[in-house]
Design a binder for this molecule. Structure first.
Ligand code: ADP
Length: 475
């Protein structure tokens, strides 16, 4: 029953309200009853004082006639519902009000003894066991001696009726109010939690149907639930993106592998159709070997990237002097470049040492140089330079090749992205080289940027901060 937040919220709300209402009612009732009784006692005291003063004034000639008139003259309408009794010196009732002729109330021993001491007493009696009255017993003192005794009483019926009505009102209204607030509380809790229910519904729909494009409508007010919805939607967007990338990646990867496999299959089937001479076999086998090499390059690159995604590539960090590594890679690249009539120029190589993985850094420089050669026409030039700037190594590979259109620039570091697929197929590019470069640079806490203009050339700039204990400059 209390499994839902809504039920718990409502229960707490009603519980707290019930306690508050009950305490409030009890305090209200007692305060009211005390005030009413106090006001009755005050009124009786005033009347008692009038009576005793009158008795005292007329002591030598105690009033036996017209007492009531006098009493009423003194106190006016105030005495309408009061009755009195005056005792004479002998202790018997001397005068009493007319309305007391048929009923009686006692003069208790306690009140009498207190009066002898000069103390006034208040008492409550029930006449005929039904009619409550409040009585003040007040001594009339002279020279510290009680010479007379005055009793004034009034009915408590009105007060008790009022208190009964208040009791009935409270007993009826508190439960009804609680019932009403339970309904209102449930309604409010449901309203407040509707967006949460929507989050659950959407999450269920996504889990069931796998539709990652679904979003929860964001409420206008950015309260706690609004923030939850925004966070959930952000998370969904990121998940959707990742899934898209994964799907794209798998379809690209299978596409990349299917093409060389088709070539392999086609060539093999063709050569097996009839008997061939050794040269023909050799040609097909060497062409097949090229496809196999291409596929193993793709697989190797994919393996590197998937390991980098999982974060399980442990870099073999050492203090590395970048200059000699660049020179060595350039020497290898020159063989390839000279085949295409491209010049490799090593510009200033400032001596810079960084903390890095020599194998991965070599791979980075090779990929950039290889791209420079691949995308530069015969007679072009690729320039390499290394500088030490702002505590970082700054490697630049610049070519005057075909360049990259501005719209493609932000995408070239994506996996399998090629500006012109048809063109690069001749160069057997995997489309993974720059992704690997990006991973290597980022794993060295560096940054890779590119500037390019179609027909003018491209400049790749890598900045790797010196870190660890490596000396910044080796002289
Ligand atoms: P690929 O194996 O195709 O070279 P890369 O990831 O190394 O893959 O490069 C991605 C794409 O970026 C390339 O296909 C090419 O279109 C473009 N590119 C990379 N380097 C250069 C460059 N120096 N000049 C022009 N285009 C380049």
């Amino acid at each position: 029953m209390f499994n839902s937040i809504r039920a718990r919220l409502t229960a707490w709300y009603v519980f707290v309200l019930a306690i508050t209402l009950i305490l409030f009612s009890v305090f209200l009732y007692f305060f009211l009853s005390q005030s009413l009784y106090e006001s009755i006692d005050n009124s009786l005291t005033v009347s008692g004082n009038v009576m005793s003063k009158t008795v005292l004034m007329k002591y030598s000639e105690p009033p036996s006639h017209g007492f009531e008139n006098l009493f009423e003259d003194f106190t006016g309408l105030e005495n309408m519902n009061k009755f009195y009794r005056v005792y004479d010196e002998s202790g018997s009732v001397g005068t009493r009000s007319k309305n007391l002729e048929n009923s009686n109330f006692p003069l208790t021993q306690k009140a009498y003894s207190s009066a002898l001491q000069g103390v006034t007493t208040f008492e409550t009696f029930y006449i005929d066991e039904n009619y409550p009255i409040r009585v003040i017993t007040m001594p009339v003192m002279r020279n510290k001696l009680m010479i007379n005794l005055v009793q004034v009483g009034t009915s408590l019926g009105g007060v008790q009726e009022t208190l009964k009505s208040v009791r009935i009102f409270l007993l009826a209204s508190v439960p009804s109010l609680l019932m009403l607030t339970t309904l209102v509380g449930r309604f409010m809790a449901r309203r407040a939690l509707t967006p949460v229910a929507k989050v659950t519904q959407t999450a269920r729909a996504i889990a069931g149907g796998g539709d990652l494009s679904k979003r929860i409508p964001v409420p206008k007010v950015q309260d706690e639930v609004g923030q939850l919805v925004t966070t959930f939607n952000d998370m969904m967007s990121r998940l959707e993106n990742s899934f898209k990338l994964i799907r794209q990646f798998s379809s690209d990867a299978s596409h990349e592998l299917r093409t060389p496999l088709t070539v392999l299959k086609g060539q093999s089937e063709l050569v097996l159709r009839k008997a061939r001479n050794p040269e023909e076999y050799q040609e097909v086998i060497s062409s097949n070997l090229e496809e196999i090499n291409y596929m193993s390059r793709i697989l190797e690159d994919l393996f590197t990237l998937s390991k980098s995604d999982e974060g399980i590539i442990a870099l073999d960090l050492q203090t590395i002097n970048l200059g000699p590594i660049i020179e060595e890679v350039c020497r290898h690249a020159e063989v390839l470049a000279s085949e295409r009539d491209i010049k490799i120029t090593v510009l200033a190589l400032e001596p810079v040492c960084i903390e890095g993985d020599a194998y991965r850094l070599r791979q980075l420089i090779w990929n950039l140089l290889h791209n420079g050669i691949k995308y530069t026409l015969a007679g072009g030039e690729v320039k390499v330079s290394l500088q030490y700037k702002d505590e970082s190594a700054c490697l630049t590979v610049e070519d005057n090749g075909i360049g990259i259109p501005a719209s493609d620039l932000p995408l070239i570091f994506n996996r399998f992205y090629r500006v012109d697929k048809a063109r690069t197929r001749d160069d057997r590019g995997t489309g993974l080289g720059l992704s690997i470069c990006k991973f290597i640079v980022e794993s060295h806490k560096g940054q890779i940027d590119v500037e390019s203009q179609v027909g003018v050339g491209s400049t790749f700039k890598v900045i790797i901060p010196r870190s660890g204990n490596a000396d910044p400059v080796e002289v």
